[in-house]
Every structure is written in C-alpha cells, then in structure tokens.
Design a binder for this molecule. Structure first.
Ligand code: BYC
Length: 311
C-alpha cells in the first residue's frame, strides 16, 4: 500500500473507534502530535508536584499532611505512566526530560503561579484538578491505546484530588472570617489561570481540528472550559465566596454561563517562560535531575548486571 492508502486505512480505524497500538502503522504527524501532547502532560504532572510540595511541611494537621503527601505522590505516578506511554512512540525518556529542561517542551501554564497560603492547596485541588479531570475524562477515549489506558487510573486519582481540595475549601469557608478571606483570595488568584488550562480559544487553537479528526482530543478547548465553568459556579455558591468575574452571568437562552474576557497575553507570556515562577520551577527541576543522577546510574548498572547474568 502507498502512503495515501495507509492514511485512509488509518483514518477508517480511528473512525471505527479501533484503538491505535504502538506497532500499528500511523502517520508521522499523528506520532509527533501524541509525543508533544503526552510529554507536555507528563511534564505538567512532574512540575505540578512543586507548588504543592511547598506546603507538605506546613500542612495544618496530620490528616491534611497525609492526604497532601498521597496527592503529590500520585502526580509523580501520573508522570511515570505518561512518560511510559510516550516511550511507546519511539522516543526515549532521556530525550523527553531533556526537552523539558532545555525549555523546548511546554508544561501546563498553571504551575507557574506561586502557592502563597494553605488555601492555595484547597484551590489547586478544587480548581486545577477539577479542570484537569474535565480535560482528562475525554482522554480515556483517546485513539491511542497506551495513552487512553494510562488515563483511566489517572482520572480516578484526580477525582480524589479534586475532593480533597474542595473539602479544604469547605472547611476554610466555614471557619473564621480570616480563613474565609484566605479561601476567597485563593479563588481570586487561581480562577483565571485555571480557565487558561484548557488552552487557547477554539478559533486560535492550532492543533485542535487535526487532533479531533484523529480523535486524540474528543472535545474542543472552549467546550471543556464552558463545562468546567458551569459546574464550578455551582460549587462556588455552596462555599459562599465569589468568582472574580463581573461578567459571569447565566444565559437562559444558551443554558450556560457567559463569562468575561480571558487575558490571553498573560497566557502567552506564561507559556513562553515569563510567568511569575517559570524560572524557579525549571531551576528546581534541573537541580532534582542533577541530584538524581547517581540513582539513575545505579539503576542502569544494576540492570546491566542482571542482563549479563541472564546471558
Ligand atoms: N499550558 O492548539 P492548542 C495536570 C499550548 S495538569 C501550556 O489548543 P492542543 C495536573 C499548546 O501546547 C494538566 N501550554 O494545543 C493537575 C500549543 O503549543 P505547542 C496537564 C498550553 O495540544 C494537578 C499551543 O498552546 N494536562 O494534569 O491541541 C496537579 C496551542 O494550543 C496550554 C494536559 O496536558 C496550557 N494550558 O491543546 C498536577 C492534558 N494550552 O505545543 C498535574 C493533555 C495550550 O504547539 N493536553 N498550550 O508549542 C491537552 O489536552 C492539550 O494539549 C491542551 C492543548 C488542551 C492542553
């Protein structure tokens, strides 16, 4: 078969909801798109550990500390499943990590903002994990087999993360005046960056239409953002705090909320390396990578020894 016939056959498989597996033929652009998206996702999980781990030693009690520790460890696990899924696309982990460390690969905008108070841990679980779930539930049905299977467990764990965050927010909002103010301040700071997590609006999204044709993405950025807003507004009402958007208004005709303009300049700045914490995050990752060198070397030496023994 020539390239055109192979592509046609590939698209028929995708349209018939047959998963694409690592050894199947696939267009090179499909492979590259997956490597870009899965590795960006993996890097986000790993960098996402940093703002939260900042609060492990300062969690207000043992129960909160245990839950936060478990959550941060889950993120490490998600990173590992995702790097493994990316590796099935003929790229090795070392290359992926180098792309993160030299700045050629992106990671989610959201992790370039600081965690200033304990309420930020609540807001991250509630909003950031909430937005992540919204995006990731559809990825369980993504066309590439290893990615879709990795997403099943990730989604289950993200659900627990969202609940632990919302529960922190409930506690703070039912606490003292100062605690409620802290919760409000966290919502005010995390709201807009959380909406940006879904990516540029559909008209500006460069990859969406091809990714949706290949069923890598199953819903558009704007659709998911809108769904997230609808659900989150209801949760905010229960907390008794206010979303920082004067234009947020129920639209009876559309049966959804209208909302204000997202600051896309801020988004572009943050994803191109100029957000409030980009330099700090990358410094921490580079140091962790350097400090972990002896572990990688020891693991490789052990693997080599076992291989020799087997021969
Ligand atoms: N941040 O054409 P578009 C998590 C880039 S965190 C940074 O719409 P696409 C977690 C995009 O890469 C969530 N960059 O792209 C939760 C592209 O640039 P390049 C991580 C972004 O790929 C708690 C350009 O903008 N989740 O799980 O079709 C704790 C144009 O965008 C962002 C995932 O990564 C952004 N928010 O759609 C710990 C989910 N948005 O590559 C961890 C998987 C867009 O051409 N990823 N860009 O230079 C996706 O679903 C899709 O990649 C996106 C973007 C919806 C994010």
């Amino acid at each position: 078969m020539n390239e055109i016939q192979l592509e046609e056959q590939f698209q028929q498989k995708v349209d018939a909801e047959i998963k694409i597996e690592p050894k199947d033929w696939m267009p090179d652009k499909y492979r590259q798109t997956l490597i870009r998206q899965i590795s960006q996702h993996a890097h986000s999980e790993i960098v996402g550990m940093l703002p939260e781990s900042n609060w492990i030693t300062r969690a207000p009690n043992l129960r909160r500390k245990v839950a936060l520790l478990a959550k941060v460890q889950d993120e490490a696990g998600h990173g590992l499943y995702l790097y493994s899924a990316a590796e099935t696309l003929q790229i090795d982990r070392q290359t992926l990590v180098e792309q993160l460390l030299d700045g050629t690969a992106k990671y989610s905008n959201i992790f370039n903002y600081p965690t200033l108070t304990w309420a930020d841990i609540g807001a991250i679980g509630w909003l950031v994990d909430g937005a992540a779930i919204m995006n990731q539930v559809m990825l369980q049905r993504t066309s590439y087999g290893p990615y879709s299977r990795a997403m099943v467990r990730i989604c289950k764990e993200e659900s627990f993360h969202q609940r632990q965050g919302y529960e922190i927010m409930i506690t703070l909002c039912n606490g003292t005046v100062e605690q409620k103010e802290m919760a409000q301040d966290a919502l005010t700071r995390w709201w807009w960056p959380s909406l940006m997590m879904f990516g540029p609006s559909d008209k500006d999204s460069v990859h969406s239409s091809q990714s949706m044709k290949w069923k890598i993405k199953r819903e558009s950025n704007d659709f998911l953002r809108q769904d997230f807003i609808t659900r989150t507004v209801e949760q905010t009402k229960h907390l008794g705090i206010t979303i920082p958007d004067p234009n947020l208004k129920w639209n009876e005709q559309k049966q959804e909320y209208d909302f204000g303009e997202i600051d896309w300049e801020e988004f572009k700045n943050v994803i191109s390396g100029n957000g409030p914490c980009n330099a700090e995050r990358m410094k921490a990752r580079r140091e962790a990578h350097e400090n972990g060198k002896w572990v990688r070397e020891a693991a490789m030496a052990y693997a080599e020894k076992r291989k020799q023994k087997a021969v």
